[in-house]
Design a protein around this ligand. Structure first.
Ligand SMILES: [Zn+2]
Length: 394
């Protein structure tokens, strides 16, 4: 069977085709901007209405402004000195009003939900295109070439829409942290990135009508990775192995870290993995086809522990080990990690995209370089038919 036939077969197996009744409105997105914090700082300038989330009944109507600490309490929510007997409230500002949460200005409406463990979940309901303005400015430097910013805007939109399509049953679609797409709200918006969002409004990347998670990362280091490291995403645009000679200008193209035997032992201990005794060796057991570490073993005097590359990276810290694209050079007290790239390496390489744009490639050409076989579609086209998305978790 050809690789393509296998891909199509898998598409069939992984299909999610929500019925029209559950089809989400693609013009909006739900962003978890705070999770698991007991308290948030909320400021509102301008008129707003506060409603009970589940009934929609107004609690405060047409207030003018306020500044409070909002806390989760056993009875519900404490807003400043006032205890509200509700587990969830919605803040609806009028058009000219400004909401600021923990110092970040946000567009749209806010839902504040008290969780069982007396922490808060705060969800920003915001128009997709407005959300993207607050994402793009955090994900890419605004001085990058416009076609690179446009490519990243389209990828960020596609990723958000993919999540919206596959998370419709959950409380939110994306979280506003680097675990999903970094989101800085209105505070972060910049002219050049906002322009790239505007000029690509409504455009997403699809593969033969299918939505897929358009993963992207800072710097691939020479070759992109198959999306299977992120979950079961087996389709041609995510198959990786795209050669990229374009990200060499990235400060993260190559890097080195020294790991002493004590460092490794301490990292295992701190990560709750127990002791291997004295660390004798650190051994790459298996590499992915792109050359990244798939399995790595820590050989100790008492036992050997093995980890997937991404587990090992998480244990050491994502900043310390910028990728799993590395080889090891033994030195007297441990190892030098000789690494390339920053990030998981799946999908589009942002530094590569910037260089390709400098060399005259247009946004859609950059996207089809990093997501082979994929094309552009408009959200209007997608919304008119049942959504089809591969996978379902990421
Ligand atoms: Zn690259």
């Amino acid at each position: 069977m050809s690789r393509r036939a296998v891909g199509v077969l898998l598409l069939g197996l992984l299909a999610l085709a929500p019925s029209a009744a559950t089809q989400p409105n693609l013009e909006f997105i739900r962003v978890a901007v705070v999770q698991n914090d007991p308290e948030v700082d909320l400021r509102i300038q301008g008129r707003f209405t506060l409603r009970a989330m589940h009934t929609g009944d107004p609690i405060w109507e047409q207030r003018r402004w306020g500044q409070w600490a909002v806390r989760a309490v056993p009875e519900g929510l404490a807003v400043g000195e006032e205890i509200l007997p509700y587990f969830g409230v919605r803040i609806e500002p009028q058009r000219e009003a400004a909401i600021s949460l923990n110092g970040t200005r946000l567009r749209g409406t806010l839902e504040i939900v008290r969780q069982k463990d007396l922490t808060l979940l705060v969800i920003n309901h915001v128009a997709l295109e407005e959300y993207l303005r607050g994402v793009l400015s955090k994900e890419a430097p605004d001085y990058w070439p416009p076609e690179a910013l446009k490519a990243i805007a389209i990828a960020a939109r596609s990723y958000a829409v993919y999540r919206r399509a596959t998370k419709a049953q959950g409380e939110f679609d994306v979280s506003g942290t680097v675990l999903s797409q970094d989101y800085g709200g209105k505070t972060a918006e910049k002219a050049a990135t906002t322009k790239a969002v505007r000029e690509t409004a409504g455009l997403v990347v699809t593969y033969q009508g299918w939505l897929f998670p358009t993963f992207y990362h800072s710097t691939c280091g020479g070759m992109t990775e198959h999306a299977r490291v992120m979950g079961s995403f087996d389709l041609p645009p995510l198959a990786g192995g795209v050669r990229c000679r374009w990200c060499t200008a990235s400060p993260f193209y190559s890097w080195r870290r020294r790991l002493t035997r004590e460092d490794i032992a301490w990292t295992l201990h701190r990560g709750g993995r127990g002791s291997v005794g004295v660390v004798r060796d650190l051994r790459i057991i298996k590499q992915t086809p792109s050359g990244r570490v798939e399995r790595i073993g820590v050989v100790g005097t008492q036992r050997t522990l093995t980890f997937s590359g991404s587990e090992f990276r998480a244990l050491l810290g994502f900043e310390r080990l910028r990728s799993v694209f590395f080889s090891l050079i033994p030195v007297a007290d441990g190892f030098v990690v000789d690494g390339r790239g920053w990030g998981h390496g799946v999908g589009m390489c942002q530094w590569g995209a910037a260089e390709l744009a400098r060399r005259g490639m247009r946004a859609e050409e950059i996207l089809s370089y990093y997501y082979p076989g994929a094309g552009l579609a408009s959200l209007n086209e997608l919304a008119a038919q049942p959504l089809r998305a591969v996978g379902g978790s990421s």
